[in-house]
Write a new protein. Structure first.
Length: 304
């Protein structure tokens, strides 16, 4: 609607609307979360958490509103209509940009329960929104180098315990546990450094998925596998705010989760770990091929 304005002006307007929307809903969120902090009993949480999720849902809804106002993005979404707002889901997606989070929230809001992301520990210090993530029980994961883990294997237990505690809270109300299996945003440099066998993806990391399935596997209704493609290239967040993201393609599919994944010992059972890696590798091969198909179709449209 505001696409006639210069991109920088659109970006400033979009950023102001995002900030105002965030400050308003986060203020309500913090007030309600104080009750949960003061009365951390399970019965209180079971009543407060749905209210906190409802506030976050409104925040996402108003984000979608300013996106529609300021952006001329063409949304090509398939599979969302088949989703049901009931139960618990494990959600998995490829990761290219901070924009991915807004895309996921825009497409999935009110179609499935509230998305809860695994976040880097450092993100808790992001002004306002870091506290909001904490209030909503988003799990903050510490990243340890391979050298640090070799020197102190006990560090692995930190993320296991964080995941276990988070999943205990998620079990109180229907929740979607969101994970970017690549663990970081895709870049050409990272892709080359990994010698990734996939054309459009980094190698997936199985640990967080396996921990979530071990903690809540029997509760998850299914895996919601999401693939996001930016045919003109992954935008930065500022480029997105400025309305320079011409098209976003989203493909969603629901997949069954093997029942044995709820009880397997990922850390201690090498056979189970190998089985889990093979399952995830097949998902990644299918996702990589799907991205190929989408990009090829886009090139065909461009040349038509």
């Amino acid at each position: 609607m505001l696409g006639f304005l210069p991109p920088v002006v659109v970006g400033v307007i979009a950023l102001c609307l995002l900030v105002l929307n965030t400050l308003f809903w986060c203020s309500l969120l913090f007030i309600v979360s104080l009750v949960k902090l003061a009365l951390p009993m399970r019965a209180v949480r079971a009543r407060i958490d749905p209210l906190l999720n409802a506030i976050a849902t409104q925040w996402i809804g108003f984000n979608s509103a300013w996106m529609l106002l300021t952006q001329r993005t063409q949304w090509d979404v398939q599979g969302a209509a088949d989703l049901q707002y009931a139960g618990w889901y494990l959600v998995n997606c490829n990761h290219q940009s901070w924009v991915d989070i807004f895309v996921l929230q825009h497409v999935l809001n009110r179609r499935i329960p509230m998305l809860k992301f695994f976040l880097k520990q450092q993100l808790i210090y992001v002004p306002v929104i870091g506290l909001a993530w904490w209030a909503l029980d988003f799990p903050f994961m510490r990243r340890h180098s391979k050298a640090a883990l070799r020197a102190n294997p006990a560090l692995r237990d930190q993320d296991r315990e964080t995941t276990r505690r988070a999943c205990e809270k998620f079990a109180l109300v229907p929740t979607c546990v969101m994970n970017f299996a690549e663990g970081t945003r895709f870049t050409t440099a990272k892709h080359q450094a990994q010698a990734s066998p996939y054309r459009h993806l980094l190698k997936p990391k199985a640990g967080a998925l396996a921990l979530a399935l071990n903690a809540m596997g029997e509760q998850f209704h299914s895996l919601i596998d999401v693939t996001i493609v930016y045919p003109q290239g992954a935008p930065t967040f500022w480029e997105f705010l400025c309305g320079r993201t011409e098209r976003v393609v989203v493909r969603i599919r629901q997949l069954p989760i093997p029942a044995e994944f709820a009880s397997g010992d990922y850390a201690g059972d090498s056979a189970f770990r190998s089985q889990f890696h093979q399952w995830l590798a097949r998902l990644w091969e299918e996702k990589d091929a799907q991205i190929d198909t989408i990009l090829a179709a886009g090139r065909g449209v461009a040349h038509a």
